[in-house]
Design a protein around this ligand. Structure first.
Ligand SMILES: Nc1ncnc2c1ncn2[C@@H]1O[C@H](COP(=O)(O)OP(=O)(O)OP(=O)(O)O)[C@@H](O)[C@H]1O
Length: 939
């Protein structure tokens, strides 16, 4: 339908309108089932969550998000960017950049181009192989590729900028990179029907990073500049911006110097009245002074040369000759006389009027193409860092999206060929990565089905015969090209390939290629000429002899192949050049980690916040987004290691702890079995419950989950179910724990009350008194000895000194060690407190208490618990502080004990709570909930 709409939209608007209506009707029917909860569609930040994945459901989801002003959506491994066509406040601000850059997990943020940028940057930082990154963004004209490119450059210029401000040019490279954009756009962009600032060339920008991941340089590689635009613009389209900027910006003096008439309408500069997007300016490029001067001088030359093109087109031959600094007669003869080779002799032939026009256009195109290349080289020279200064790069590839117009020719064939290559790379990259993981995890691979476009690529570029090879062959033959003849040749040689077909009813010579995105019919008329892109040799030698230094240098090096200078067998065709540059680009892509972004243009008129379904669905088809989602969703996009899975979802079936224990002492393979079955238990519970109240059958399990060697592979829908169940079980458990805790507290309170009474009555009278009795006994022994000693001392005072000394020595040797031992046994027990043992700062059952901050306890964990309770019950005075704890559970720990309001004591054990698993029921709960505090209360 979409194809029919686009084919009829110009010639038969009524038919197209009817088709569009029926298309929209069919959409509604198709997605009715899906849209049960339409209000929530905009919350799907990943299109792989859409179920079922069809173009219409994806479309509806994107539309809902677009209406909610959400412009980025993940599509599995790619990002879909919808163009809002109006600036969105704070979507790309510096703060947002910093937020994404500093987030520990940017993926958890809302989808954004900065997530892709940050992921690539972190890959470089993490030195994950392959370290170099490529960010590929494709889409049709006006979809937002250039915008994306600017955003990414700004992002890297912000996050990868050096914080040190020094004079060195290298520090300012980020400004150079950003500043080169307007110049490139001035020369390479033009106002087209589809985009007022359309890039007419493809580019790969390489941002060079040093070992500290700071931006130190950049380089640009360009592809397929649409140089025909210099001489021919489609109705209502414009030439390259630079010409208009130059006309507008020229001062009176320059006009005089350039001999530019004020009121002249140039045929090559249509619609000069339209306003432009921007203006190039060298000051933004942050160059050194001499570089700036150099660039300005050269740009003036460029302008000069460009200007000559106007003059050329307007037929001002004298002025053109003056500006190009070539002799007028030579210019004239180049444009009007053709040199033919007849044997060894040259024959001059006067050209027809149309041939003269072709030559004039050719001169303009060749100058512009060379100037553009020169500009790219100049920019590269000013931005590119020395190879020794950078070690990694992030490449930004801005490629034209798939194109299918009413009339398609060589340009579209090249563009669509490039897209086929990228699609193949994309599929191969992601499927390869997935396949590798599935194989290592022992998963079956066959369930992923995808469209292989190798057949189409073989048709276009394969050997021995393909469209390209036949086209090149045709161009190398020294004969006038005949479209019909070539069409017959194609039919003869390529009809075995299923990707090519011909419309029997079409009178025009053509061929239709079934691309991965759509079928495109290419007209053959003019294709060979475009492929040859002939440049008369006279023109080249004319420009080589120019007195203008820039022009002279552009053509002096002699690698400009013109039709006469190169042998026919060596013709370097447009296709060959494009293919070569694409090959080198693909080589780079293969050696980097790619990140794909699909830019979508929501309406053809560039109207802000307007979403046209048929427009979007065509693009979704063209960029193979449904295919991409299917690739991402066909497998299991969620991969969770067993340990993490059971930790998170084990509570659904209470399998967590047992499995963890088994895991620690069983070999790896049996672990996997144990873990796998534990996971299955969990999933079975979830899936059965789900199946009981929905259409899902338990057989669907295989499509939603797979247990690999180390990970569980899940689909998004299963993950959602798991989350729902987990939350439900958690709230149930939390409620139970609360009830238990209250019950336990009540019981504790009662028990403590009883224990306290008993302790006060029993323990105080028995335990304490027994000790007191012991101490009394010891004290009386010491006192007796002391008294005896004093008596002896008194007696000795009267006796002779020598005898006395002997006596003391004998007595002390037996009495003092005893006293010493007692003191040692009771720590800081003092003689004076023997009479009042309750007030002694010691504890009868093995607790020796010195002054805080240290209590040394040597007992079991339960014993410690009991001690603390007793202390509380007996109102033993203690101070808040840190106490050393020694139990049989661990060597040495620290407990901080704090008195709480209402007489309770809070003991905080600074140890892994798992060690207390056998202490008390409450601690077990604590293990589960992750608390490690014990609350003990005084009666
Ligand atoms: N994210 C965005 N926010 C606001 N406006 C945007 C955004 N993306 C694109 N635009 C607008 O859309 C216009 C077209 O975008 P852009 O020039 O980037 O398209 P493109 O894909 O590069 O087209 P082409 O292939 O023709 O060069 C821009 O001029 C800009 O005004």
């Amino acid at each position: 339908i979409v194809q029919a709409i686009s084919q009829n939209s110009r010639c038969q608007p009524k038919v197209a309108q009817d088709l569009r209506k029926s298309f929209i009707d069919s959409l509604e029917e198709d997605i009715r089932d899906f849209l049960i909860n339409e209000a929530e569609l905009h919350t799907y930040d990943d299109l792989t969550k859409v179920n079922p994945v069809t173009p219409s459901t994806v479309l509806k989801c994107l539309q809902a998000r677009y209406s909610a002003k959400v412009f980025y959506t993940h599509a599995g491994c790619t990002l879909v960017a919808l163009n809002p066509f109006q600036p969105i406040p704070d979507l790309y601000s510096l703060d947002v950049m910093r937020e994404y850059h500093s987030a520990p997990q940017p993926q958890e943020f809302k989808p954004h181009i900065f997530i892709v940028a940050e992921e690539a940057y972190r890959n470089v930082q993490g030195q994950v192989e392959p370290m170099n990154q490529s960010l590929v963004y494709s889409g049709e004209s006006g979809a937002g590729k250039t915008w994306t490119s600017r955003c990414l450059m700004k992002y890297y210029a912000t996050v990868a900028a050096s914080s040190q401000k020094c004079q060195d040019t290298v520090e300012k490279i980020e400004r150079r990179v950003l500043g080169s954009n307007p110049i490139m756009e001035a020369f390479g962009n033009a106002c087209t029907l589809r985009n007022s600032n359309s890039s007419r060339f493809g580019k790969y920008i390489q941002l060079q990073l040093n070992g500290s991941q700071l931006l130190v340089g950049a380089s640009v590689q360009t592809f397929l500049l649409e140089k025909t635009r210099v001489a021919f613009q489609a109705p209502n389209e414009r030439n390259f911006h630079i010409f208009y900027q130059m006309m507008k910006g020229a001062t009176g003096k320059q006009r005089l110097e350039w001999m530019l008439p004020l009121d002249q309408d140039f045929a090559w500069l249509p619609h000069a009245e339209k306003t432009l997007e921007g203006k190039y300016c060298t000051s933004r490029m942050c160059l050194l002074k001499h570089e700036k001067r150099n660039l300005r001088r050269h740009l003036a030359c460029v302008d000069y040369c460009s200007l000559s093109l106007f003059m050329l087109c307007a037929g001002f031959l004298q002025k053109t000759a003056d500006l190009l600094q070539v002799p007028l007669d030579e210019l004239q003869s180049c444009l009007t006389v053709r040199t033919l080779r007849a044997g060894k002799q040259n024959v001059l032939k006067l050209c027809s009027q149309s041939e003269c026009s072709v030559r004039r256009d050719c001169l303009a195109k060749v100058i512009y193409a060379q100037l553009f290349d020169w500009l790219v080289t100049f920019i590269n020279n000013s931005m590119c860092a020395d190879r020794s200064m950078w070690c990694n790069f992030i490449g930004l590839l801005d490629v034209y999206g798939f194109e299918c117009f009413l009339l398609n020719n060589l340009e579209q064939l090249c563009i669509n060929y490039a897209n086929e290559k990228l699609q193949q790379h994309f599929v191969a990259h992601y499927l390869k990565a997935q396949q590798e993981e599935y194989v290592t995890e022992g998963l079956q691979w066959s369930f992923i089905r995808y469209q292989d476009n190798q057949g189409c690529l073989d048709l276009i570029e394969g050997s021995p015969s393909s469209i390209f090879s036949l086209l090149n062959e045709e161009c190398r033959l020294n004969r006038a090209s005949d479209a019909k003849q070539f069409c017959v040749r194609l039919q003869k040689e390529l009809s075995h390939n299923a990707s090519i077909s011909w419309d029997k009813f079409s009178k025009q010579p053509h061929f239709t290629v079934a691309h991965y995105a759509d079928k495109v019919s290419y007209q053959i008329e003019g294709m060979m000429e475009k492929n040859k892109d002939p440049v008369p040799p006279e023109l080249i030698s004319l420009l080589q002899n120019s007195q203008d230094s820039l022009l002279h240098s552009l053509f002096a090096d002699g690698d400009h192949e013109s039709e006469g200078l190169r042998g026919h067998s060596k013709v370097v065709t447009v296709i060959s050049k494009f293919r070569n540059s694409l090959e080198s680009l693909m080589k780079i892509l293969h050696s980097t980690t790619p990140h794909y972004t699909r830019c979508i243009k929501p309406n053809p008129d560039c109207r802000p916040l307007t979403f046209k379904r048929e427009e979007v669905i065509t693009q979704l088809e063209a960029c193979g987004i449904v295919e991409t989602i299917n690739i991402s969703a066909a497998g299991f996009p969620i991969r969770i290691p067993y340990g993490n899975f059971l930790q998170r979802y084990g509570l659904i079936t209470n399998t967590r702890l047992t499995v963890q224990m088994n895991q620690s002492n069983s070999p790896e393979m049996s672990n996997q079995a144990v873990l796998g079955s534990a996971v299955e238990d969990v999933l079975n519970v979830v899936l059965k419950r789900r199946a009981s109240n929905s259409t899902l059958s338990p057989d669907d399990n295989n499509n939603m989950v797979h247990c690999g060697r180390t990970k569980v592979f899940l689909t998004h829908s299963l993950l959602e179910m798991l989350e729902v169940h987990r939350n439900r079980v958690r709230s149930q458990k939390a409620f139970c724990i609360q009830c238990c805790w209250r019950r336990y507290q009540n019981r504790q309170r009662n028990l403590k009350r009883q224990a306290a009474t008993r302790l006060q009555a029993g323990v105080r009278s028995w335990l304490v008194r027994r000790e007191i009795r012991k101490w009394h006994k010891a004290a009386s022994v010491i006192q007796t000895k002391w008294r005896r000693w004093r008596v002896w001392m008194d007696a000795l005072a009267e006796a002779e000194l020598d005898d006395a000394e002997d006596f003391i020595e004998n007595e002390a040797s037996s009495a003092l060690p005893k006293l010493d031992r007692l003191l040692k046994e009771r720590g800081s027990v003092q003689l004076s407190s023997i009479q009042e043992p309750v007030m002694v700062r010691g504890w009868p059952i093995g607790l020796a208490m010195a002054s805080p901050p240290s209590i040394t306890v040597s007992l079991t964990a339960t014993g410690f618990q009991r001690i603390m309770s007793m202390m509380a019950c007996l109102k033993i005075p203690f101070r808040n502080g840190e106490y050393k704890v020694k139990t049989n559970q661990f060597d040495q720990g620290v407990a901080s004990i704090r008195a709480q309001p209402r007489g309770s004591i809070k003991v905080h054990l600074q140890r892994s709570p798992l060690l207390y698993a056998d202490m008390h029921p409450v601690h077990k709960t604590d293990v589960v909930t992750g608390f490690n505090q014990i609350l003990l209360e005084r009666p």
